[in-house]
Write a protein that binds this ligand. Structure first.
Ligand code: ZN
Length: 131
């Protein structure tokens, strides 16, 4: 792992700017990655035009899962929900800036799965959401 990017991940893991829980919220979803024990909950507020006005994540797990959730949540505030529905795994991997093996990939993509299941209003988050 490249040192510079590792620092970004550790910084967001130790000092997440968007950890929390919005109450009230318009959208909430949570899911886990049993392979690693990661758990992420995301709460969102949206306005009448379908734009995300605020977002927070809460959860526990490894540095990659928590840092990716913090980066993701920070990046979607102000975006239309319709745009968030189109995000794919490259979006997360570009923000993390590192190459990940298949196990770590699940950690990195958990927050995106949770976010997309939430904005699509699904009952569960499947891997197909982050292809
Ligand atoms: Zn993990």
């Amino acid at each position: 792992m490249d040192d510079l990017y590792r620092e970004v991940i550790i910084e967001h893991y130790k000092n997440p700017g968007y950890r929390g829980h919005l109450e009230p919220h318009d959208i909430k979803f949570e899911d886990s990655n049993p392979l690693c024990g990661d758990h992420i909950e995301i709460t969102l507020r949206t306005d009448e035009s379908g734009r995300i006005t605020d977002a927070r994540f809460d959860g526990r797990g490894c540095a990659i899962s928590q840092a990716s959730a913090d980066l993701l949540v920070e990046s979607i505030i102000g975006k239309p929900v319709e745009e968030v529905k189109q995000l794919n795994k490259e979006y997360i991997l570009d923000m993390l800036g590192i190459d990940l093996g298949p196990v770590r990939l699940k950690c990195a993509l958990l927050s995106l799965k949770v976010l997309k299941a939430g904005v699509y209003g699904l009952g569960e988050a499947g891997d197909e959401l982050v292809e």
